[in-house]
Design a protein around this ligand. Structure first.
Ligand code: GLY
Ligand code: MN
Ligand code: MN
Length: 247
């Protein structure tokens, strides 16, 4: 099972690279979707594991947005949550990137919060930890950082901008069934914190229309968490270095 899942993940990583490298401002969301899904098929995936989510600007703030029809603009962030299905097994990977190839100051600040939250969630993905441990770790980081940035007034308000769980099991189904009990060796879970600030939110308008999620697929082992999607660049600098760089 792990061999097949790793193949689904490897194909998905190649697809995310093709999309980020081929991205240009002004492209329609469905053009970006086509770049990634073309690569999935070309690399032997039979299908997508779930409808691709390619949301730019305010669409990145809509969870499970799949219309993918908008024309992107220069300073947009694109949130791409796309996974290939291979021999029945599905990957589940999200990257968020600036179409221009440069994060704005606000985008980069929030991106680094999500990245820190994800690192913290991955570190908490250890054998024996409660299933919710990665979520609690990620949520704690986001709450504290949003307070520091003046985006929320109390820690409890974190759920206004981070309104979903951090982890689910992954395998034959993108949301695979599982016990929800303490984490066990050889389980695979996602770690996928996010921040979503739609227009009109009760914070400074400079944060509006920023939606960011970073999602990787984590194998639980007795030697600690293994990021199966680690080959896909994740830091802001690494992403800036590849977006739009296709010949
Ligand atoms: N792609 C669906 C999810 O991240 O849960
Ligand atoms: Mn997921
Ligand atoms: Mn996902």
């Amino acid at each position: 099972e792990l061999r097949l899942l790793r193949t689904a993940i490897d194909i998905s990583i190649d697809g995310h690279y093709a999309m980020m490298r081929g991205a240009r401002p002004g492209m329609k969301e469905y053009e970006l979707e086509a770049l990634i899904e073309y690569t999935f098929k070309r690399k032997g995936a039979e299908d997508v594991g779930y409808p691709s989510i390619v949301g730019s600007s305010y669409n990145a703030c809509i969870l499970h947005y799949t219309a993918n029809r908008r024309a992107t603009k220069m300073n947009d962030l694109v949130l791409a949550d796309c996974g290939a299905e291979y021999h029945g097994y599905t990957a589940d990977i999200t990257r968020t990137f600036p179409l221009s190839g440069r994060f704005t100051k606000e985008q980069r600040l929030l991106y680094n919060v999500v990245l820190e939250a994800q690192d913290s969630g991955i570190a908490a993905s250890v054998v024996g930890a409660p299933f919710r441990a990665p979520h609690r770790a990620a949520q704690t980081v986001i709450a504290r950082r949003l307070m520091e940035l003046g985006i929320i007034d109390t820690l409890e308000h974190v759920s206004r901008y981070f309104m979903h769980g951090t982890s689910h099991y992954l395998g034959l189904d993108v949301h695979d069934p599982g016990t929800g009990g303490p984490l066990r060796a050889n389980s695979v879970i996602t770690v996928e914190p996010g921040i979503y600030i739609p227009e009109g939110s009760p914070c400074d308008r400079r944060w509006w229309n920023i939606g960011i999620r970073i999602e990787d697929d984590i194998l639980i082992t007795s030697a600690g968490p293994v990021n199966l999607s680690e080959r896909l660049v994740r830091t802001a600098d690494e992403i800036e270095a590849i977006v739009g760089k296709a010949p």
